[in-house]
Design a protein around this ligand. Sequence first.
Ligand SMILES: Cc1ncc(COP(=O)(O)O)c(C=O)c1O
Length: 385
Amino acid sequence: MKPANRIADLPPYLFAEIDKKINNKKAEGVDVISLGIGDPIDPTPDNIIEVLCRQAHVPANHRYPSYFGMPAFRQAVARWYKKRFDLSFDADTEVLALIGSKEGIAHIAVAYVDPGDVVLVPDPGYPVYKSGTILAGGKPYFMPLKAGNNFMPKLDEIPGDVAKAAKLMFLNYPNNPTSAIVEDGFFEKVVKFAKENDIVVCHDFPYSEVTFDGYVAPSFLSTPGARDVGVEFHSLSKTYNMTGWRCGWVLGNASVIEALGRVKSNIDSGVFNAIQYAGIEALDGPQDIIGKMRDIYKRRQSIVVESLKEIGIEVTPSRATIYVWVPVPEGHTSASFATLVLDKTGVVISPGGAYGPSGEGYIRISLTVPDSRLKEAMERIKKTL
Ligand SMILES: Cc1ncc(COP(=O)(O)O)c(C=O)c1O
């Protein structure tokens, strides 16, 4: 039985591959510490869990949910954006619930990309921008994110014919995997570029609240004209330690929301209502988890940055995200260094090259394990190197 040709172009999902390696090592009896995936170990707050438990007992919630998200959930998203960014959205036409932002990011290409169309993808970048493009028959065009340009793409280096053939542009600040934050004035350039080339901008914003030292991450949709050209993807995953709950949203340009909603309503049947009620509690309820979460990641970031310094690797601490983006020591590739670290220490780190060609020469360390395990991992790496 021959799978479709598009599957041949689809790489195995990075973290599914890493999971296999972890399981193999565990089967060999190794005490594996995974600094691979960015999946918070810290629990979802009790008030959110309590709402889920209560709502799970309500029979009306056992039926198919709304395809587009419950109005009450979409209104809670709109309220959160008003509180956080002072932006107003029509919950009926400008907000759509997603089964985690990954799902919407993967499906937006189905709504906009015909075979052969181009999608502008940050390199390195979250792998789903590329795989969603391939699944829709489109061609990813990598926009390199280089340290010399503070990990911003150079829009004026995108060839004119590529820009004209592009239907979508993905961007993501605070950035995974580089942990970069957006430079002032960049989003204004993006809006102009998107208008000139008739491109839908998809700003992926899951780390908006994972910020340190007083940094406040801006929404792309705060940029004048942004709502004419784009949407923002977001979710409960990283802000409220809710990766497993699969609940997110996209908001912004109403025609893009309508197009993605049309695709989704033909494919999935929405998010379990009880989870949406818990999402409302997350967005409307006490927000003290955010300060606690920031303190935890800042502390873990210092553990990693200080340990790296002791082995001669200098990294400037970023002002956001749950990742540290680290240049590999001379003589190594990303993959050879990640393999060496795993084989010698049992510590999993992600090779930067897996996020795109410009990620070569880096590895990504995720801060989503308890401090004691992170210290242990860094001690093992220090001893081995
Ligand atoms: C940049 C980026 N976008 C989107 C996601 C997906 O998050 P979720 O589907 O849990 O909302 C992630 C998860 O790691 C991410 O790093």
